[in-house]
Write a protein that binds this ligand. Structure first.
Ligand code: TXA
Ligand code: MG
Length: 337
C-alpha cells in the first residue's frame, strides 16, 4: 500500500521541512526532475534515500541549497570559475562539483573528497529549502537505474510506499537532469550534459570547456552513476534508429511479428495495427520536457520494443541524445552494469 500522500503545494511545505528535520525522506519537484530528499547532514536520513532507491552506497548524491546559502559551509574552496557559473546559472539546472567540507557525511559524497552542489529553480523546491534552511541531499526520485520522474505521479508509482511525503509541483519544466560541471580540478569539465550547454558555459567563462571524465593527466575520474551506460532505462528494450533507416527498420520488425511503440519526430509515417506512434516535439527543450513521460507511457504499453527516432547530432540535442543512448544500451535489463 502507498503510504505517501501527494500533497497540495502551499499547505505542505512546513510539514515537508519538519519531516526532513525529523530524519525522514521527502520527494519534491525541481525544474529538472523530482528529487528524493533527506537532511544532507544526517547520515541516517541519507541512508534511507539509498535504501528507498536501491542505490549502491558509492554513488554520491547532489546537495541542494537555497539561493542565499553560504557555499563555504559546503565547499572548502570556491574557485572563481565556480563563482561565475553559480552567479550565471543558479537557481537553475546546473550542478557544480567542488572540494567538500569535512562536515558533509561520507554517505552523501560516496566517500569522495568532492561534493555536488546545486540551487534548484522550482518554486516548491525553493520554498522547501528556505523553510528547511539547510542542505537537502537528493538523487532523482526513481529506483536506481530507471527513468527519472518528471511528475509527482511518477514518484508515487515507483516509490510511493517508501517516502513520507511527495510534494506535487506539476510536471518539471526542463524534464532531464541537471548539467554537472566538475570545477574541483585545474580545468572545468562537463561530466553530464544537460539543459545548460557547453556553449552556455563557455559564453560565461570565456574559455573552452572539456566534456567527459577527464584526460590522462587527471586524477581518477569521480564516479557519476548517471554516466554509466544502462542508466535511464525503461523495462522494455529500446532501439535508437536514425531517421533515414526508420521506415525499413519498422517494416522489418513488424514483419517479425513484434509490437512496437515509436517515438517519432514527425507525424506517423507507417500505419500498422502493431505500431503505437507517439510524436515528439521538434525543438530540443520541448523534446526533453516530454521525454521521460513518453518513455514511461510507452514502457507501460506492453509492447516488445520501443523505437526512438534518433534526434539530430547537434550540440542543442546533446543532453537528450546522451539519455537516449544510455536508455538504449541498458535496454531490457533491470541489472545495473
Ligand atoms: O537535476 C538533477 O541533478 C536531479 C535533481 C533532483 O536535482 N538530481 C539528480 O541526481 O539527477 P542523481 O543522483 O540521479 O544524479 C546525480 C549525479 C550522479 O550521477 C552522481 O554520481 C553525480 O551526480 N555526483 C554527485 N556527487 C558527485 C561528485 N562528488 N563527483 C562526481 N559526481 C557526482
Ligand atoms: Mg538519477
Amino acid at each position: 500500500m502507498n503510504r505517501a500522500m501527494i500533497s497540495e503545494p502551499s499547505s505542505q511545505i512546513q510539514r515537508a521541512a519538519a519531516l526532513l528535520r525529523a530524519g525522514e525522506v521527502v520527494a519534491f519537484p525541481t525544474e529538472t526532475v523530482y528529487g528524493l530528499g533527506a537532511d544532507a547532514l544526517n547520515p541516517a536520513a541519507v541512508a534511507k534515500v539509498f535504501a528507498a532507491k536501491g542505490r549502491p552506497a558509492d554513488h554520491p548524491l547532489i546537495v541542494h541549497l537555497p539561493l542565499n546559502a553560504d557555499l563555504a559551509m559546503w565547499a572548502r574552496e570556491v574557485p572563481p570559475v565556480a563563482e561565475k557559473l553559480a552567479l550565471a546559472f543558479w537557481p537553475g539546472p546546473l550542478t557544480l562539483i567542488l572540494a567538500r567540507q569535512k562536515r558533509i557525511p561520507d554517505i552523501v559524497t560516496g566517500g569522495q573528497d568532492t561534493v555536488g552542489l546545486r540551487v534548484p529553480d522550482h518554486p516548491l523546491a525553493r520554498q522547501l529549502l528556505a523553510a528547511f534552511a539547510g542542505g537537502i541531499a537528493a538523487p532523482s526520485a526513481n529506483r536506481f537505474g530507471r527513468i527519472s520522474p518528471t511528475t509527482a505521479e511518477h514518484v508515487r508509482q515507483e516509490l510511493g510506499d517508501r517516502v513520507a511525503l511527495i510534494l506535487d509541483g506539476g510536471p518539471c519544466a526542463v524534464g532531464i537532469e541537471s548539467t554537472i560541471v566538475d570545477v574541483s580540478r585545474r580545468s572545468p569539465r562537463i561530466l553530464r550534459p544537460g539543459a545548460v550547454t557547453a556553449r552556455d558555459i563557455e559564453d560565461v567563462l570565456g574559455v573552452p570547456i572539456g566534456q567527459g571524465p577527464g584526460g590522462a593527466d587527471e586524477e581518477e575520474a569521480p564516479r557519476v552513476s548517471g554516466s554509466l551506460p544502462g542508466h535511464y532505462a525503461p523495462h522494455t528494450p529500446l532501439a535508437l534508429i536514425g531517421r533515414s533507416r526508420l521506415p525499413e527498420e519498422l517494416h522489418a520488425r513488424v514483419a517479425q511479428g513484434l509490437k512496437l511503440a515509436v517515438l517519432g519526430r514527425e507525424a506517423q509515417r507507417i500505419v500498422d495495427g502493431r505500431i503505437y506512434w507517439q510524436r515528439a516535439l521538434t525543438d530540443p527543450a520541448g523534446y526533453a520536457h516530454d521525454l521521460y513521460a513518453h518513455l514511461r507511457a510507452m514502457d507501460a504499453l506492453g509492447v516488445d520494443l520501443i523505437v526512438v527516432e534518433a534526434p539530430p547530432e547537434e550540440l542543442a540535442w546533446l543532453a537528450v541524445c546522451d539519455r537516449l543512448a544510455r536508455a538504449a544500451s541498458g535496454s531490457g535489463s533491470d541489472e545495473e552494469p
